[in-house]
Design a protein around this ligand. Structure first.
Ligand SMILES: NC(=O)c1ccc[n+]([C@@H]2O[C@H](COP(=O)([O-])OP(=O)(O)OC[C@H]3O[C@@H](n4cnc5c(N)ncnc54)[C@H](OP(=O)(O)O)[C@@H]3O)[C@@H](O)[C@H]2O)c1
Length: 268
């Protein structure tokens, strides 16, 4: 096999910070060329310099605000022009909004839905079609343990992650035995900008010691992708949590979650 045939490419959304940045580092370490989609040209350039400086790989950057549907739809032009093929897609970009739904800013929630739901679905569609034509490829969609239950005071975020889980599991079934796989990663709390910025109040009752490190989550995601797992929840506590919430009647669970978060709000 010649050298060009061995080059593999991963496309990562939200590779400029947190879990996505760690995915980019892990993939660079595995010699994947990277296509990084992000909204901030400065951060994309730093990522390119950092990874191309440390690893013998190529990083292409694509500036796109995933909350803007027009910019998302234009990504198909880029994907069509990329003829060497995308081996892995990591739909990681995500954003959160915290607060009582009656009080939160709907423009932020609209952006959240566009990034977490619309962009993820569209990017999955355009790249999945290409992968199916090649008969190979792997897709990793980042959901959350938030996908397993409704989340009072983060209602839209939790609902968006429930969408990612449901959508991904359904599509994974549709593409069974095609050579293309779809995995959905459901981390619990991870120490990143998203958690700090959008859930500053919730952090009061999150135990820092028990928060995952973004690098560990990226490694767990890549391992699950390698094993073609459909749903993967990193960490025993998170697995247990996802299981236990199914046993508690929804009304009781919502009361517990709402009251504990509300008390935390009052103390802040
Ligand atoms: N942190 C947690 O506790 C946790 C737990 C479970 C699941 N997750 C999920 O993990 C994923 C990564 O989140 P993270 O925790 O690593 O947060 P993060 O550090 O805030 O990273 C989010 C990434 O998404 C990008 N992004 C946000 N809005 C975008 C937009 N409109 N257009 C393009 N890119 C955009 C960000 O770009 P900029 O750098 O330019 O802002 C950043 O690269 C998300 O899907 C999140 O829901 C997180």
């Amino acid at each position: 096999m010649n050298e060009t045939a061995q080059v593999k490419t991963v496309l990562i959304t939200g590779a400029t910070s947190g879990i996505g940045l760690e995915f980019a580092k892990v993939c660079a370490g595995l010699n994947y060329n990277i296509i990084a989609i992000g909204k901030d040209p400065g951060k994309l350039n730093s990522l390119k310099s950092e990874l191309e400086g440390k690893f013998f790989i190529k990083v292409d950057t694509v500036k796109a605000d995933l909350s803007n549907t027009e910019e998302v739809l234009k990504l198909s032009d880029y994907v069509d022009s990329f003829d060497t093929g995308i081996d892995i897609l990591i739909n990681n970009a995500g954003t959160g909004v915290y607060g009582e739904f009656k009080d939160t800013d709907f423009t932020k929630e609209l952006s959240l839905i566009n990034v977490n739901v619309v962009a993820l679905s569209y990017i999955t569609k355009i790249i999945l079609k290409k992968m199916l034509r090649r008969g190979k490829g792997k897709i990793l969609n980042v959901a959350s343990t938030a996908a397993f239950k409704p989340g009072p005071l983060m209602a839209v975020y939790y609902a968006s992650k429930a969408y990612v889980l449901s959508f991904s599991v359904a599509v994974a079934r549709e593409i069974k035995d095609t050579g293309v796989s779809l995995t959905v990663l459901c981390p619990g709390p991870v120490n990143t900008k998203l958690l700090k910025e959008s859930t500053h109040i919730e952090l009061q009752f999150i135990d820092y010691e028990k928060m995952s490190d973004p690098e560990d989550i990226a490694i767990a995601g890549m391992k699950a992708l390698e094993r073609n797992e459909i749903v993967t929840i990193p960490g025993f506590r998170n697995k247990l949590n996802a299981f236990l919430v199914k046993l508690i009647p929804s009304k009781v669970l919502m009361d517990i979650l709402y009251r504990s978060k509300k008390n935390s709000l009052k103390q802040s």
